[in-house]
Write a protein that binds this ligand. Structure first.
Ligand code: ZN
Length: 293
C-alpha cells in the first residue's frame, strides 16, 4: 500500500526557529541529487507510473481534514491544499488545537489563521488549548476533562467531516520535533480514524532559510507543487508574527524542482527521524517501526 516515489531526500531548504518552516536555501549537494533523480527517472520507468498513480489518488480527494497544533503549521502542506481545496473544489476543513498563544500573541495568531484558512478555502475550527512546550498531552487532557474526552472530541470532529484524507503531524517527529506537533499526531492516531496520513515534510530553521526534507523517503507520497508552491510563502506571509520577510522570500524563491509536499499513510514506517534529533528518535507504540532497510 505504501507508495514510494523517490528513494532519497532530494532537496534542502533552510530557518532559525524551532517551530514551523523557513526561507529557502539549496544545499551544495543539490545538483548531484538532481542528477541522480533524473537518471532514476530514465532508468526506472516504474517511478513515473507510481507518480501518476499517486497524482491520480490525490486528484480524487473530495473531503480533506487537516488537524494541526498551531496557526502556521499548515504552511508545510499549503501547496497541496491549494490544489485540492481551491482549484479542486474539495470540501476542506482544518482543526487547529491552539491559538499559538505561548508568547501572548494568541489573538493575533488566531486572526492570521483565519486569513490563511480563507486563502486556502478551508473551514476553520480554532480550539484554545494551551500552547505549551512540555507535557502537552497532559495539559490538553486536563483542559478537556480527561484524555479520553480529548480524543473523543477530536473523533467527533473527524466523524462530522467524514474525510477521505486526514492530514496531521507525525507523532514520531512532528516535522520539527515540536512536542505539540507530536502530541496532536498521537491523539489523532488514537481516535482510530481511517484515511489517516502523516505529514512527512521535515523542517529545520537555519538562519533566514529552511532545511526541508522527506522524513519517510521510501513510503511518502509526494505532491509536486509547481505553481502551487506559491501558497507556501503566501501563507507564511499571512503568519506575519511567525515568519520574517527574509524567511518568506526564501520560501518564495525555492526552485521549481524542489517544490514538494510529502505525506505518508499512518501505518508506513519512517526513516531519518533521528535527523531531527527528536527524543526518542524512534516511534512510540502503537506505530510499527522499520528502520532496517
Ligand atoms: Zn507548530
Amino acid at each position: 500500500m505504501p507508495v514510494a516515489i523517490f528513494t532519497q531526500p532530494f532537496y534542502r531548504l533552510v530557518t532559525d526557529r524551532t517551530d514551523g518552516p523557513p526561507p529557502a536555501r539549496v544545499s551544495l549537494s543539490m545538483s548531484l541529487r538532481l542528477v541522480a533523480i533524473l537518471l532514476s527517472l530514465v532508468i526506472v520507468p516504474t517511478v513515473a507510473g507510481r507518480t501518476r498513480a499517486v497524482a491520480s489518488r490525490i486528484d480524487s480527494l473530495q473531503r480533506i481534514l487537516v488537524i494541526t497544533a498551531h496557526p502556521d503549521d499548515e504552511v508545510l502542506i499549503a501547496p497541496l491544499l491549494a490544489n485540492r481545496c481551491i482549484r479542486g473544489r474539495a470540501s476542506c476543513s482544518i482543526l487547529v488545537m491552539t491559538t499559538g498563544n505561548a508568547a501572548g500573541l494568541g489573538e493575533l495568531r488566531a486572526a492570521e489563521m483565519q486569513q490563511s484558512a480563507a486563502l486556502l478555502n478551508l473551514r476553520l475550527t480554532q480550539w484554545t488549548f494551551s500552547d505549551v512546550m512540555a507535557d502537552v498531552d497532559a495539559v490538553w487532557a486536563a483542559e478537556a476533562g480527561d484524555r479520553a474526552t480529548l480524543i473523543a472530541r477530536i473523533a467527533e470532529m473527524i466523524a462530522a467531516e467524514d474525510p477521505d484524507l486526514i492530514l496531521t503531524l507525525d507523532p514520531r517527529h512532528g516535522s520539527t520535533c515540536h512536542p505539540a506537533h507530536r502530541a496532536i499526531g498521537q491523539l489523532v492516531l488514537e481516535t482510530g480514524a481511517t484515511n489517516l496520513f502523516f505529514i512527512e515534510t521535515a523542517a529545520r530553521f537555519i538562519g533566514d532559510g529552511f532545511d526541508l526534507w522527506n522524513a519517510s523517503p521510501r513510503y511518502a507520497w509526494v505532491y509536486a507543487a509547481n505553481d502551487d508552491w506559491q501558497y507556501a510563502p503566501r501563507v507564511a506571509e499571512i503568519h506575519a508574527t511567525q515568519f520574517t520577510s527574509a524567511q518568506v522570500e526564501s520560501l518564495r524563491t525555492v526552485p521549481e524542482m524542489h517544490r514538494r509536499v510529502w505525506f505518508a499513510p499512518s501505518t508506513a514506517p519512517v526513516q531519518l527521524t533521528c535527523d531531527l534529533e527528536c527524543a526518542p528518535c524512534l516511534p512510540p507504540s502503537p506505530i510499527a517501526t522499520s528502520t532496517t532497510r
